[in-house]
Design a protein around this ligand. Structure first.
Ligand code: 26V
Length: 857
């Protein structure tokens, strides 16, 4: 027994047993924390990588956690007990590094990245943390000795789904990379009690269930009530004039809430670094409670608490059309106010001269959601710290940079002046003044151009007076970036042209990336082993090394191995889908996958039209079974609960799937699966198994896409439009290894300008006409034509994202896919080249670009 275990673990009273504890002092974790933290000797140097622990030590710690943490015996424990004990065991192995990283950062006082994001779509933590600590094998063996299959424990974890899609997942990839690169970073966000809803289907329609991810307790979070922050809302401002004539304004809020931080570990990959993600949870203030309570109104006091706690209750499941909801603005200000206060008042040394703030922090604004941080910093500096306006503005401008993640005009956030003024009156005043001075600058640069002044104003006048958050971010931020080359160009030319003309040097691009740790090493163990056996393990943190794989594309035995990996990943996926969704899918068919949020611009309906046309070709005999390349199409998509058309599209996909899968004429040739509740966990199973990646948005609409990168890195070929990061993927992997189709962005523009009429395309394209007619006939809905009308009518009469215009081109590209897949050697060669040439899409590279182009400037 290790001498510094306070209490020996109680060995279970029944089988499986026994556990032998070696002399090797397994509880190195407890001992390490002592000296490493107390003396903190090499604080200024690099982090210390801890030696690997033993299986015995792991078992001992695990049993200790089970006994003293969960209060149970192994023999009595539930799966959840075991999962929690395992998680806490892993957490202990991270703790010394976490403390050490924190101490080192405080000592070094380097510039920190404050990543401000309303969303972090983290995915499960256990597997990632085992990987980061290199404890996978030890933990697996330790659990085996306890008679536990570690896979069943992993399956216990409910992923923290604190994001909607691409933007939230990107934030999670970025903090992973920053830790792996040892960049001082604090991720700031919201600890939603309910993350993205759980999706189920009833009668083929989406039904949303609450995601109570915390109901069984989260072992990965550390509440810090002693670091609570007070946040004000509402009220009014007061201006007084001092004896020397200077004016001073003060905000007097009329209600407040407390922000309680929860800390999460963000481990780097085996480098001894653990950064912190700090998510805020809203609590009622005691003063607030007591006041009402003393007035004798107990129920009102409880209601007040609920009111306050509502702020961090639930993630808004919309990701495109901001509704201007008051609670959402409350969420945004809440987390931003907590975060700024946390950094300025609790993280910096007490005597820090805030004029030098830009030397110590850069706040990266993940879209416009945290943009209210700009007037908040101005308020802190001017009202609370006594800065002159110009001084404060100079500092503020150097502390922020803004990333735009969209091109859809309707997704650009605006807040009505009425609402903003009611909730944050001082911030509105500050925004007005920022705008006034900015517009003066515009007038100077473009004398007499009042149209331009109106266009560029942070305050829009129509349809109601409101604040354009993207403009505010652009005016105040040191840099503005798009998330892929094409997107950044369109941002300059189409979304913010006046601003890019005024400040061309402000605009830059950083192409998105994804973490190779989670999306290759963890999700695709088989491919990872093959890669490591072939080129060594350096690729995990230096993804450009995948280039070394290129020569192996011509090596027949490597290709055979590569196919084996795909096959085994498919088998694993189909086993999962059989259990999870009752789906039975053929092993041999091409696996064609389209997973992303359900959105018209992403064009799931175009994919559906392709499926229906394949089906129709087969059942009508136009294509003989032996001419068909067998395909299984898998969809994964959540629709925003209020997005009616998106929900109708889900219904239609499910309806088509039901009929196609039940039709013996296409058995083994065409199957369609739509497993419910697509999330990070499912992505990790689906992506490694895919042969074909669908990236078919209308050109000019998908800012980047990141799923596209994950698929390419896992050896799927892409069928895609010239949109977002597809452009860069195609350039890197080569035209011959990418299936391009559809109009380019300028072609889309021209087509629209010429007056696009989808009905005309329908009339003049026989294959399209047959396909739509079959859907419209009710063939897939038991004869019910009404049920398909919303989607069909929209396509024929509106088709805002031109699915019909790209239909023929898409079908032609899909026939090239079919032909290519029929030649397994050539296909595999392309797939290998996709992997070898996609190293650029590591989020480590994105972080290097941010450091170079944005954070260090
Ligand atoms: C917008 C809104 C509007 C108000 C309601 C809540 C909400 C939540 C999120 C958003 C932003 C959506 C923008 C977004 O997710 N963009 C995606 O960002 C990815 C990462 O850069 C990128 O790969 C995708 O192409 C882009 O659609």
């Amino acid at each position: 027994m290790s001498e510094n275990s306070p209490t020996p673990p109680v060995v279970s009273d029944g089988a499986p047993q026994p556990v032998t504890v070696s002399d090797e002092s397994p509880s190195t974790d407890a001992r390490r924390i002592g000296p490493a933290f107390r003396t903190s000797h090499p604080l200024a140097s690099g982090p210390v990588v801890q030696p690997a622990p033993t299986v015995d030590g792991f078992v001992e710690t695990f049993l200790g956690e089970l006994n003293y943490g969960q209060g149970t015996l192994l023999s009595q424990s539930t799966l959840n007990d075991q999962y929690l004990a395992l998680a806490r065991t892993v957490r202990r192995y991270l703790m010394a590094d976490w403390l050490e990283t924190g101490a080192r950062r405080r000592h070094a006082q380097q510039k920190t990245v404050g990543y401000l994001s309303a969303e972090y779509l983290l995915g499960r933590q256990l597997g990632n943390n085992l990987l980061a600590t290199n404890l996978q094998d030890v933990a697996e063996e330790a659990m085996r000795r306890c008679g536990i299959d570690i896979a069943t424990l992993r399956a216990q974890e409910v992923e923290p789904g604190l994001g909607n899609g691409g933007l939230g997942r990107l934030a999670a990839c970025f903090v992973d990379s920053l830790a792996t690169m040892d960049v001082p970073t604090i991720g700031y966000g919201i600890r939603y009690e309910y993350g993205i809803f759980r999706q189920t289907f009833e009668d083929d329609r989406q039904v949303e269930l609450p995601d109570s991810w915390l109901s069984l307790g989260s072992p990965w979070e550390f509440p810090h009530p002693e670091r609570q922050v007070l946040v004000g809302f509402g009220g009014s401002t007061e201006t007084s004039t001092a004896a020397d004539g200077t004016q001073h304004t003060r905000w007097v809020p009329d209600w407040t809430v407390l922000g309680m931080p929860y800390h999460y570990m963000v481990p780097g990959f085996r480098n001894g670094v653990v950064n912190t993600l700090r998510l805020w949870s809203a609590r009622a203030t005691h003063a607030f409670d007591l006041q009402i309570f003393n007035a004798g109104d107990y129920t009102q006091a409880v209601r007040a608490q609920t009111f306050a706690e509502n702020i961090s209750k639930v993630l808004y499941p919309e990701d495109s059309t901001p509704q201007g909801k008051e609670l959402r603005l409350q969420q945004q200000y809440f987390f931003v106010a907590c975060s700024l206060h946390d950094f300025i008042d609790n993280t910096l040394p007490a005597d820090f001269d805030l004029h030098r703030l830009p030397e110590r922090i850069v706040f990266q604004l993940n879209d416009t959601h945290p943009v209210i941080a700009i007037p908040e910093l101005m308020r802190i500096l001017v009202d609370r710290k006594g800065f002159a306006w110009d001084e404060a503005w100079e500092v503020t401008q150097r502390c922020f940079a803004y990333t735009c993640h969209t091109l859809l005009p309707e997704a650009l956030e605006v807040w009505s002046v009425e609402l903003l003024g009611r909730l944050l009156p001082r911030h509105l005043e500050i925004i007005y003044r920022i705008n006034e001075e900015f517009l003066e600058q515009v007038r100077e640069a473009f004398p007499g151009d009042e149209m331009r002044v109106r266009r560029m104003s942070v305050i829009a006048e129509h349809p109601e007076r409101s604040v354009r958050m993207a403009y505010l971010a652009t005016v105040a931020g040191a840099k503005v970036n798009g998330v892929a080359e094409l997107h950044s160009q369109l941002l300059r030319d189409k979304v913010l042209p006046d601003f890019s003309q005024l400040w061309p040097e402000k605009f830059t691009n950083v192409t998105n990336g994804v973490t190779p740790r989670r999306f290759v090493r963890l999700a695709n163990r088989r491919l990872s082993e093959l890669l490591t056996d072939t080129i060594g393990e350096g690729w995990v943190t230096d993804l450009d090394r995948l280039r070394e794989l290129e020569p192996y594309a011509d090596d027949a035995s490597f290709r055979e191995e590569f196919r084996r990996v795909k096959r085994e990943n498919k088998e694993r996926l189909y086993r999962l889908l059989a259990v999870r969704d009752g789906l039975r899918l053929p092993q041999e068919a091409m696996l064609d996958v389209m997973v992303k949020r359900l959105h018209e611009y992403k064009r799931q309906t175009l994919k559906l039209l392709h499926i229906v046309s394949l089906y129709d070709d087969l059942v009508s005999g136009r294509v003989a079974p032996e001419e068909m390349t067998p395909r299984t199409v898998v969809f994964g998509a959540k629709a925003a609960p209020g997005y009616h058309l998106a929900k109708e599209i889900i219904f239609l996909v499910n309806s088509v799937a039901g009929v196609v899968n039940a039709d013996p004429r296409v058995q083994g040739l065409l199957s369609v699966a739509f497993p419910a509740n697509y999330n990070v966990t499912l992505a990790e199973k689906l992506i490694p198994a895919a042969d074909l990646s669908e990236q078919i948005s209308l050109a000019g609409k998908e800012a980047s896409g990141t799923g596209n990168m994950k698929f390419a890195l896992n050896g799927a070929l892409t069928i895609g439009t010239d949109d977002g990061a597809n452009v860069e993927i195609r350039r890197l992997v080569g035209d011959e290894n990418f299936f391009l189709f559809g109009m380019t962005e300028p072609e889309v523009e021209r087509r629209r300008a010429a007056g696009y009429t989808p009905a005309e395309v329908y009339e003049t394209t026989p294959a399209l006409r047959r396909t739509i007619d079959l859907v419209a006939s009710g063939h897939f809905t038991g004869g019910d034509r009404q049920a398909v009308a919303p989607v069909v009518d929209n396509l024929l009469h509106e088709d805002a994202f031109m699915a019909l215009a790209d239909f023929s081109s898409y079908l032609e590209a899909q026939s090239r896919v079919d032909a290519a897949y029929a030649d397994p050697e050539a296909w595999t060669r392309s797939a290998i080249l996709n992997v070898a040439r996609s190293g650029f899409f590591s989020s480590d590279r994105s972080m290097r670009d941010y450091l170079e182009r944005i954070w260090h400037s």
